[in-house]
Ligand binder design. Sequence first.
Ligand SMILES: *Cc1c(COP(=O)(O)O)cnc(C)c1O
Length: 397
Amino acid sequence: MTSLFENYKRAPVAFVRGEGARLFDRDGKDYIDLLAGIATSSLGHGHGGLVEALSAQAAKVLHVSNLFEIPEQEAAALSLVAAATRADSPWAEGEANAPRVFFCNSGAEANEAAIKLARKWGADSGRFEVVSNQNGFHGRTMGALAATGTAAYHQGFQPLPGGFRSVPFNDLDALDAAVGDHTCGVLIEPIQGEAGVILSDDDYLKGAAELCRKRGALLILDEVQTGIGRTGSMFAFQHYGVSPDIVNLAKGLGGGVPVGAVLARKEVALHFQPGSHGTTFGGNPLAMVAVAAVQKALVDEGVLNNAVSAGKKLRAALEDLGRRTSKLRSVRGVGLMLAVELASGDSAADLAARCLEHGVVVHAVRPETIRLLPPLVISESEIDEGVRRLEAAVLAG
Ligand SMILES: *Cc1c(COP(=O)(O)O)cnc(C)c1O
């Protein structure tokens, strides 16, 4: 019996508590969490600083609306801008030109806001079209869905809003042919997450940035999954050394608290004026202290550095497992955004189910691909234990 919609296929387990990169189900059984709620609980579970910030804010005030000043929103924005513009970032700008931040509540909403911003920016020059990539994923709202160039997600929901076009990923010629006088923005995931952790070629993002500059379109990076330390850099654009006009964030941004954000170059951001766009919940004090707590942990507590070393360790362990079992074809990814290709014909869904039995959480992102997105705080011993359990699940197949 359920009172819920049936739009999710749920595994038969309920996690009721967590500690670091460990989750516990109703019976007290423990699991190593190699998924972090799909790249979201980046500080793991029960992180002291995050819990304290949320509890303290909950006791003060939860919500006031954007009709009023929200100091916590200013503080969260400042921490994101500082991270985006630090000296070694491709976005390093003087303070006067620093990017601006808009807060919303999810990844789809961040993309939606970015699409609207690009439209508004291009309105006076007849630019309206958004070019994105096939097999990308930008969310389930109508605009984000239209930008999601994957037919399966569109099925049954047509007609979708117009002004969208998608081209094959990592194909600069196709992008070159698609971007023209009507293009307001090129929307790209630096690493396609839902497609199964498909990396941009270095030349692709750089070429896209160059093309946008030449043709006068905005480069919009959907970093909803790659952002906030997932790849070992605060933003994937810093990893790839490209300078975008707009960056969209959500998943890891609040460490599990629902929040999204758009960062935009100042001159672009200022195309939104009072009345252009808004949200009731977006940027509320509770979500904002989560954003600030996550930033503080990533930078001051060395969590970003841990993402780099843990990523290397997990990847090496997976490659080793592949060599020893011949059950894994390949491992790919950056930082703690990893995918494992299974031996031909093996089912990722079956493996993910066996993993739960063996006490480790992974995601079957494609029929023969599992995706690993552990909390960025995962320790060496949690990785060792997680890989031991994964090995047991692999061998049980
Ligand atoms: C998850 C995801 C989204 C959608 O985010 P929601 O919060 O589910 O709306 C958009 N883009 C990318 C790249 C994502 O991974």
